[in-house]
Design a protein around this ligand. Structure first.
Ligand code: NDP
Length: 240
Protein backbone atom coordinates (compact mmCIF):
# COMPACT_ATOMS: atom_id res chain seq x y z
CA UNK A 1 0.00 0.00 0.00
CA UNK A 2 1.18 3.54 -0.75
CA UNK A 3 2.79 5.37 2.13
CA UNK A 4 0.92 8.40 3.47
CA UNK A 5 2.81 11.70 3.30
CA UNK A 6 1.70 14.84 5.13
CA UNK A 7 2.97 18.16 3.78
CA UNK A 8 2.26 21.11 6.06
CA UNK A 9 1.55 24.31 4.16
CA UNK A 10 1.15 21.93 1.24
CA UNK A 11 -1.43 23.76 -0.85
CA UNK A 12 0.65 26.61 -2.28
CA UNK A 13 4.23 27.78 -2.82
CA UNK A 14 7.02 25.29 -2.12
CA UNK A 15 4.57 23.00 -0.28
CA UNK A 16 2.35 22.71 -3.37
CA UNK A 17 5.33 21.57 -5.45
CA UNK A 18 6.29 19.06 -2.72
CA UNK A 19 2.73 17.66 -2.53
CA UNK A 20 2.57 17.22 -6.31
CA UNK A 21 6.03 15.64 -6.55
CA UNK A 22 5.26 13.14 -3.77
CA UNK A 23 1.93 12.25 -5.39
CA UNK A 24 3.75 11.70 -8.71
CA UNK A 25 6.15 9.32 -6.89
CA UNK A 26 3.20 7.22 -5.68
CA UNK A 27 2.58 8.54 -2.15
CA UNK A 28 -0.91 9.18 -0.81
CA UNK A 29 -0.60 12.86 0.06
CA UNK A 30 -2.38 14.99 2.68
CA UNK A 31 -1.78 18.71 2.19
CA UNK A 32 -2.33 20.91 5.22
CA UNK A 33 -3.05 24.65 5.07
CA UNK A 34 -3.91 27.49 7.47
CA UNK A 35 -6.89 29.36 6.05
CA UNK A 36 -6.55 30.28 2.38
CA UNK A 37 -9.66 28.33 1.31
CA UNK A 38 -9.66 29.62 -2.26
CA UNK A 39 -6.12 28.43 -2.92
CA UNK A 40 -6.79 25.08 -1.18
CA UNK A 41 -9.90 24.45 -3.32
CA UNK A 42 -8.05 25.33 -6.54
CA UNK A 43 -5.19 23.05 -5.47
CA UNK A 44 -7.47 20.03 -4.84
CA UNK A 45 -9.32 20.63 -8.10
CA UNK A 46 -6.03 20.73 -10.00
CA UNK A 47 -4.24 17.84 -8.25
CA UNK A 48 -6.88 15.61 -6.66
CA UNK A 49 -4.90 15.86 -3.39
CA UNK A 50 -6.95 16.11 -0.18
CA UNK A 51 -6.41 19.19 1.99
CA UNK A 52 -6.66 19.50 5.76
CA UNK A 53 -7.08 22.86 7.47
CA UNK A 54 -5.44 23.24 10.87
CA UNK A 55 -2.97 25.55 12.61
CA UNK A 56 0.39 23.77 12.83
CA UNK A 57 1.35 25.95 15.79
CA UNK A 58 -1.53 24.64 17.92
CA UNK A 59 -0.97 21.17 19.40
CA UNK A 60 -4.67 20.34 19.90
CA UNK A 61 -5.50 21.43 16.35
CA UNK A 62 -2.66 19.22 15.04
CA UNK A 63 -3.97 16.32 17.11
CA UNK A 64 -7.41 16.67 15.47
CA UNK A 65 -5.81 17.04 12.04
CA UNK A 66 -3.69 13.90 12.43
CA UNK A 67 -6.72 11.93 13.68
CA UNK A 68 -8.69 12.94 10.60
CA UNK A 69 -5.84 12.14 8.17
CA UNK A 70 -5.25 8.76 9.83
CA UNK A 71 -8.95 7.89 9.61
CA UNK A 72 -9.30 9.00 5.98
CA UNK A 73 -5.93 8.07 4.43
CA UNK A 74 -4.00 6.01 6.98
CA UNK A 75 -1.13 6.71 9.38
CA UNK A 76 1.50 9.24 8.31
CA UNK A 77 4.89 7.70 7.50
CA UNK A 78 6.40 10.70 5.69
CA UNK A 79 6.12 14.08 7.41
CA UNK A 80 7.25 17.25 5.65
CA UNK A 81 7.28 20.19 8.06
CA UNK A 82 7.08 22.95 5.47
CA UNK A 83 4.54 25.51 6.76
CA UNK A 84 6.19 28.80 7.58
CA UNK A 85 5.60 32.52 7.86
CA UNK A 86 7.65 35.70 8.07
CA UNK A 87 6.98 38.76 10.25
CA UNK A 88 10.05 40.79 9.32
CA UNK A 89 11.27 43.85 11.16
CA UNK A 90 14.32 44.85 13.17
CA UNK A 91 14.31 43.88 16.83
CA UNK A 92 13.78 47.46 18.04
CA UNK A 93 10.41 47.46 16.22
CA UNK A 94 9.47 43.80 16.73
CA UNK A 95 6.66 43.13 19.18
CA UNK A 96 6.19 39.97 21.23
CA UNK A 97 3.38 38.83 18.91
CA UNK A 98 5.65 38.94 15.85
CA UNK A 99 8.29 36.94 17.73
CA UNK A 100 5.84 34.36 19.06
CA UNK A 101 3.87 33.88 15.82
CA UNK A 102 7.02 33.00 13.90
CA UNK A 103 8.43 30.69 16.59
CA UNK A 104 5.07 28.88 16.96
CA UNK A 105 4.38 28.48 13.26
CA UNK A 106 7.89 27.70 12.06
CA UNK A 107 9.44 25.78 14.98
CA UNK A 108 6.85 24.62 17.54
CA UNK A 109 4.97 23.12 14.58
CA UNK A 110 7.88 20.70 14.01
CA UNK A 111 7.54 19.45 17.59
CA UNK A 112 3.74 19.26 17.41
CA UNK A 113 3.57 17.14 14.27
CA UNK A 114 6.66 15.01 14.89
CA UNK A 115 5.33 14.22 18.37
CA UNK A 116 2.01 13.11 16.89
CA UNK A 117 3.39 10.86 14.14
CA UNK A 118 6.46 9.42 15.85
CA UNK A 119 4.70 6.68 17.81
CA UNK A 120 3.34 5.00 14.68
CA UNK A 121 6.74 5.36 12.98
CA UNK A 122 8.45 3.74 15.98
CA UNK A 123 5.91 0.89 15.97
CA UNK A 124 6.38 0.06 12.29
CA UNK A 125 10.13 0.75 12.26
CA UNK A 126 9.92 3.24 9.39
CA UNK A 127 9.57 6.99 9.11
CA UNK A 128 10.80 9.99 7.18
CA UNK A 129 10.70 13.48 8.70
CA UNK A 130 11.87 16.34 6.50
CA UNK A 131 11.99 19.82 7.97
CA UNK A 132 12.16 22.88 5.76
CA UNK A 133 14.70 25.27 7.25
CA UNK A 134 16.23 28.23 5.45
CA UNK A 135 19.46 29.80 4.29
CA UNK A 136 18.56 32.58 6.73
CA UNK A 137 18.62 30.10 9.60
CA UNK A 138 22.17 29.18 8.57
CA UNK A 139 23.53 32.64 7.82
CA UNK A 140 21.18 35.02 9.70
CA UNK A 141 19.40 37.91 8.01
CA UNK A 142 18.83 41.57 8.86
CA UNK A 143 15.25 42.14 10.04
CA UNK A 144 14.63 38.47 10.78
CA UNK A 145 15.73 37.63 14.33
CA UNK A 146 12.45 35.74 14.81
CA UNK A 147 12.62 33.83 11.51
CA UNK A 148 16.38 33.11 11.72
CA UNK A 149 15.99 31.85 15.31
CA UNK A 150 13.10 29.55 14.34
CA UNK A 151 14.86 28.20 11.25
CA UNK A 152 18.15 27.76 13.06
CA UNK A 153 16.21 25.92 15.76
CA UNK A 154 14.91 23.55 13.09
CA UNK A 155 18.45 22.50 12.29
CA UNK A 156 19.17 21.59 15.95
CA UNK A 157 15.78 19.88 16.26
CA UNK A 158 16.60 17.80 13.18
CA UNK A 159 19.96 16.58 14.51
CA UNK A 160 18.56 15.70 17.95
CA UNK A 161 15.51 13.85 16.61
CA UNK A 162 17.69 12.06 14.05
CA UNK A 163 19.62 10.52 16.94
CA UNK A 164 16.39 9.39 18.61
CA UNK A 165 14.98 7.88 15.42
CA UNK A 166 18.12 6.21 14.08
CA UNK A 167 17.60 2.88 15.83
CA UNK A 168 13.96 2.73 14.74
CA UNK A 169 14.26 3.18 10.98
CA UNK A 170 13.21 6.83 11.21
CA UNK A 171 15.35 9.38 9.37
CA UNK A 172 15.14 13.09 10.12
CA UNK A 173 16.68 15.60 7.75
CA UNK A 174 16.38 19.26 6.88
CA UNK A 175 16.42 21.19 3.65
CA UNK A 176 17.70 24.75 3.72
CA UNK A 177 16.31 26.54 0.66
CA UNK A 178 17.83 29.73 -0.63
CA UNK A 179 15.54 32.30 -2.29
CA UNK A 180 12.72 30.49 -4.07
CA UNK A 181 10.16 32.08 -6.36
CA UNK A 182 6.99 32.01 -4.20
CA UNK A 183 4.58 34.59 -2.76
CA UNK A 184 6.78 34.83 0.35
CA UNK A 185 9.70 36.06 -1.75
CA UNK A 186 7.57 38.10 -4.17
CA UNK A 187 6.56 40.16 -1.09
CA UNK A 188 10.16 41.43 -0.90
CA UNK A 189 10.51 44.90 -2.56
CA UNK A 190 11.74 44.64 -6.17
CA UNK A 191 14.92 46.68 -5.59
CA UNK A 192 15.89 44.47 -2.61
CA UNK A 193 15.15 41.31 -4.62
CA UNK A 194 17.40 42.50 -7.47
CA UNK A 195 20.26 42.89 -5.01
CA UNK A 196 19.60 39.42 -3.59
CA UNK A 197 19.60 37.80 -7.05
CA UNK A 198 22.88 39.56 -7.92
CA UNK A 199 24.48 37.71 -4.98
CA UNK A 200 23.24 34.24 -6.05
CA UNK A 201 25.99 32.55 -8.12
CA UNK A 202 23.44 30.93 -10.49
CA UNK A 203 21.85 34.41 -10.97
CA UNK A 204 18.22 33.46 -10.49
CA UNK A 205 15.67 32.50 -7.86
CA UNK A 206 15.13 28.80 -7.22
CA UNK A 207 11.98 27.01 -8.35
CA UNK A 208 9.65 25.29 -5.84
CA UNK A 209 10.10 22.09 -7.88
CA UNK A 210 13.84 22.17 -7.10
CA UNK A 211 13.07 21.95 -3.36
CA UNK A 212 10.45 19.24 -4.00
CA UNK A 213 13.10 17.14 -5.74
CA UNK A 214 15.24 17.22 -2.60
CA UNK A 215 12.26 16.22 -0.45
CA UNK A 216 11.50 13.21 -2.68
CA UNK A 217 15.14 12.12 -2.45
CA UNK A 218 15.12 12.26 1.36
CA UNK A 219 11.65 10.67 1.60
CA UNK A 220 12.62 7.64 -0.47
CA UNK A 221 12.73 4.18 1.12
CA UNK A 222 16.24 4.01 -0.40
CA UNK A 223 17.54 6.99 1.62
CA UNK A 224 17.70 5.20 4.98
CA UNK A 225 21.41 5.94 5.54
CA UNK A 226 20.93 9.73 5.36
CA UNK A 227 19.88 11.18 8.69
CA UNK A 228 20.63 14.36 10.64
CA UNK A 229 21.70 16.08 7.42
CA UNK A 230 20.88 19.46 6.00
CA UNK A 231 20.59 19.66 2.25
CA UNK A 232 21.27 23.23 1.09
CA UNK A 233 19.45 24.10 -2.14
CA UNK A 234 20.40 27.70 -2.72
CA UNK A 235 22.07 28.26 -6.10
CA UNK A 236 25.46 28.40 -4.39
CA UNK A 237 24.56 31.47 -2.31
CA UNK A 238 25.76 30.04 1.00
CA UNK A 239 28.16 27.09 1.00
CA UNK A 240 27.68 25.77 4.49
P1 NDP B 1 4.11 30.51 1.19
O1 NDP B 1 3.87 31.75 1.98
O2 NDP B 1 4.04 30.58 -0.29
O3 NDP B 1 3.13 29.33 1.71
C1 NDP B 1 3.06 29.09 3.08
C2 NDP B 1 2.19 27.88 3.32
O4 NDP B 1 2.19 27.61 4.75
C3 NDP B 1 0.74 28.08 2.93
O5 NDP B 1 0.21 26.85 2.47
C4 NDP B 1 0.07 28.46 4.26
O6 NDP B 1 -1.33 28.14 4.32
C5 NDP B 1 0.85 27.59 5.21
N1 NDP B 1 0.78 28.06 6.59
C6 NDP B 1 1.20 29.25 7.09
N2 NDP B 1 0.94 29.31 8.41
C7 NDP B 1 0.35 28.13 8.76
C8 NDP B 1 -0.19 27.60 9.95
N3 NDP B 1 -0.14 28.28 11.11
N4 NDP B 1 -0.75 26.36 9.92
C9 NDP B 1 -0.81 25.65 8.77
N5 NDP B 1 -0.32 26.10 7.60
C10 NDP B 1 0.25 27.33 7.59
O7 NDP B 1 5.55 30.00 1.69
P2 NDP B 1 6.74 29.35 0.85
O8 NDP B 1 6.21 28.29 -0.02
O9 NDP B 1 7.56 30.43 0.27
O10 NDP B 1 7.62 28.70 2.03
C11 NDP B 1 7.45 27.35 2.43
C12 NDP B 1 8.52 27.05 3.47
O11 NDP B 1 9.81 27.24 2.92
C13 NDP B 1 8.45 27.94 4.70
O12 NDP B 1 8.78 27.20 5.86
C14 NDP B 1 9.51 28.98 4.43
O13 NDP B 1 10.00 29.55 5.61
C15 NDP B 1 10.56 28.12 3.74
N6 NDP B 1 11.48 28.88 2.92
C16 NDP B 1 11.02 29.60 1.85
C17 NDP B 1 11.93 30.30 1.09
C18 NDP B 1 11.50 31.07 -0.11
O14 NDP B 1 12.38 31.67 -0.72
N7 NDP B 1 10.24 31.08 -0.50
C19 NDP B 1 13.36 30.32 1.40
C20 NDP B 1 13.72 29.51 2.53
C21 NDP B 1 12.80 28.82 3.26
P3 NDP B 1 -2.45 29.13 3.65
O15 NDP B 1 -2.31 28.93 2.15
O16 NDP B 1 -3.75 28.65 4.16
O17 NDP B 1 -2.10 30.52 4.08
Amino acid sequence: MARVALVTGGSRGIGEAISIALKDRGYTVAANYAGNEKKAEEFTKKTGIATYKFDVGDFSACEEGIKKITAELGPVEVLVNNAGITRDTTINRMDVGQWEDVIRTNLTSCFNLSRLVIEHMREVGFGRIINIGSINGQAGQYGQVNYAAAKSGIHGFTKALAQEGAGKGITVNAIAPGYIDTEMVRAVPENVLEKIIAKIPVKRLGKPEEIAEGVCFLASDNSGFITGSTLSINGGQHMY
